[in-house]
Design a protein around this ligand. Structure first.
Ligand code: PRT
Ligand code: MG
Length: 212
């Protein structure tokens, strides 16, 4: 059995065509089913549906052989035990620093002010501000970071931006680009050796589907 870990939503949707290229068609849609293990047209392939940030953990420990995870999530995880053969170029966005409209971010940085930063991405935020020589207090949040500057929890946030619609709707503006993000295929290193004859063709089908 080959087990593939995916998260619901954009990663599942954007991975569907790649799975199809590997001859794998899920028998149910995770949005409409409450099942966490989803069968496919192939007897030897199943999908498990987990939180986006949990995908690397399932693959690291071999509970899943393969998975698809954002670079944001992979950097925070650290990547131990994971082989990352392909950037799938899906679920693209940018990791950015954003503040409430009117907050003088450049001024605060120039003055050497200590900034309060709310984020789910504490490792990447710490590294970013350390490289700039800006002193920060990091406040870990698990979602809706956009709210934090509006209610005085933080001076700035570090969050993912794709269309920019969420920032705009909440009177925030992006002030710094940290990195571009896309999702990658990840493979358990031991599984790759043990099940090579089934996993390698899947990697090649994914590569073909994205034109590599
Ligand atoms: O939603 P949940 O809390 O379960 O977890 P998650 O947010 O980590 O998962 P999910 O499925 O929303 O995202 C999975 C992956 O998609 C992330 O790890 C990213 O690599 C990638 N991705 C791409 C995004 C976005 N685009 C994105 N726009 N993940 C989140 N967002 C959020 C962002 O955090 C912000 O709140 O969407 C909002 C901004 O979107 P725009 O279009 O308004 O700019
Ligand atoms: Mg989300």
């Amino acid at each position: 059995m080959i087990t593939i870990a995916l998260s619901k939503g954009r990663i599942f949707e954007e991975t569907l065509p790649l799975l199809a290229a590997a001859g794998v068609v899920p028998s149910e849609a995770p949005e409409s089913s409450r099942k966490l293990i989803i069968g496919t047209n192939r007897d030897d392939v199943r999908l498990i549906i987990v939180r986006a940030s949990d995908v690397p953990t399932y693959v690291q420990y071999g509970a899943a052989d393969l998975g698809v995870a954002g670079r944001d999530v992979l950097i925070e995880h650290g990547g131990a035990g994971l082989y990352q053969p392909l950037d799938l170029d899906i679920a693209k966005c940018r990791l950015m620093v954003a503040v409430q409209n009117g907050f003088d971010y450049d001024g605060a940085v120039k003055q050497g002010a200590r900034l309060r930063i709310a984020t789910k991405y504490t490792d990447q935020a710490r590294e970013h501000f350390a490289a700039k020589g800006v002193h920060v207090d990091l406040i870990k949040l698990y979602g809706s970071m956009e709210l934090a500057p509006l209610v005085g929890l933080a001076d700035a946030i570090v969050d993912l931006v794709s269309t920019g619609g969420t920032l705009k709707a909440n009177d925030l503006v992006a002030v710094e680009h940290i990195r571009d993000i896309s999702s990658r295929l990840i493979v358990n290193q031991a599984a790759l050796k043990l099940k090579e004859e089934r996993i390698q063709p899947m990697i090649e089908a994914f590569a073909g589907a994205i034109g590599r």
